[in-house]
Ligand binder design. Sequence first.
Ligand code: M6R
Length: 589
Amino acid sequence: MCGIFAYSGQKKSAGDLVIRGLKKLEYRGYDSWGIAYSENQKIGLLRKVGKIGEFDLENTALPQSTLAIGHSRWATHGGVTEENAHPHVDAQKMFAIVHNGIIENYKELRDELQRKGYTFKSETDTETIVHLIADYAKENTFVTATKMAIKRLKGRFAILAIKADEQKIIAARRGSPLILGVGENEFFIASDIPAFINHTKKVMYIDDDEMVVVNEKPHFYNIHSGEEIEKRVVEINWEPQSAEKGAFEHFMIKEIMEQKDTIYRAINQKDSEILHLADEIKKAYGTFLIGCGTAGKVCHAASYLFSKVAKRHVNVIVGSEFPSQQDFLKEKSLVIAVSQSGETADTLEAIEVAKTKGSKVLSIINVEGSSMDRMSDYAIHIKAGPEKAVASTKATTSQLAILTMLAYACDNRLTEGKRLLIDTAGEINDMLNPRYEKHIRALAEKIKDFESMYVIGKAVNYPIALEAAIKLQEVSYIHAEGFAGGELKHGPIALISDGTPCIAIVANDETRTDILNNAMEVKSRGGFIIGVSPQNEDVFDQWIKVPDAGNASPIVNIIPIQLLAYHLAVLRQNNPDMPRNLAKSVTVK
Ligand code: M6R
């Protein structure tokens, strides 16, 4: 949530570089944005409400500066106004701050500063930090004052601070992502690597409770002890173009299409490691699958796979609900955290609890070097490449592939599981052709003006119905709900009226008859049935063909619904990459 980008170096176009970097991070928050730079010994500010993507950088002359920080906001404290947009500055315009996260004790700090005579111009928690630094700086250096201010903050944060008359950026983090990019006599700091990967592939990870002072050479410190920490430079192997849209109109469609090969990449893991992790699952006193949003639905689907394939019970808890169930966690339990970003606050909190209890943690993540990656005992990287559209697509199917593989490995059938997934990947490659997309777009045309739609599924495809509803909600803004087919008659069927679209996910397995009966119940009440299935059925008004993928059916079934959601969004003139009210990475609780 919120994108942060900064530059310090010899180029005088720091403002320009920061705006370009922020544009790449816009998926993290896009209600307002701003940059701060040093200009004639004072801080210069540019802040705007709206999307940074709409800012005409080419025709705007920015002041020359070798240092700038910037922020693209997803509002938490205070409405979407220019005053609340970051960066925030002190009264003398000597210091500027950008911040991602929530300062839990900001009210107490704000009261203290107001008593000392500081006036606040915004409703944000962030502004307290800049006044606090200014206050400590009356008797201390910029670095010491910032250290002192940061020590007083409670909550999760990623912060950058600059001072008008020093060529220095101070960055600190706890629980929110922040990475240092190391170039030739220049540095970049960002919430995410793709934002600076076109400048450098060399990074230094800033860990929780660390602060780094960046001038000619970065110096890392522990926030609490003040001790200096040794850090190494790590080389990233992503290609810059993997974070670009290329010929596609949106990232979402690009990422949907990438599923032609992301499944192969996901399952390309060392057998010995997968078998070792399967052993950890078998040995554990309770396995807890934890994720949020789409990742939570993946966990839910995986619980059916573990039950069916490996006859093994696993618990599923969404990240935000985990605190109420943490007492079930034992020292020998295993937490499997599933996350694209590796930065989701609710999932991170669950990992923290697991660690305090002594439980082991396995993370299944896309972003290498993310907080979850570094906090976990074991990690499986799904290797899907940067996922930039807010709606998760390729990461979802890759996570499903990994968990399917683990379920097979738990039943000593890893080779069989891999074979199934390789075949499925091949089928997806064939399925995602222009004719298929055209068929789905035509369906989207037909249903685009409906206000509500429903998705039903059974067994492992019930969580896929829930995930389908998330996809439709977040980008098309159509009211969509997913149900277990068998549950409809217990209440939700009252929602069906003449022509209401209802997607029935029908796998070619023991659940087929039941879910077809449920679809018939909907049709009898006027529903328009869209079947996602390997074969056409009498009850379908419209058929979306998917390969018959056996236990990999969740992977193939969600893909056409991702496509449908995308085309509905475009036809309804929504931006599928940046849906309203959302942000890619949810780093606040
Ligand atoms: O980065 P994560 O996978 O941990 O993110 C979890 C959810 O915020 C995410 O899946 C969200 O629900 C997506 N926007 C869904 O498309």
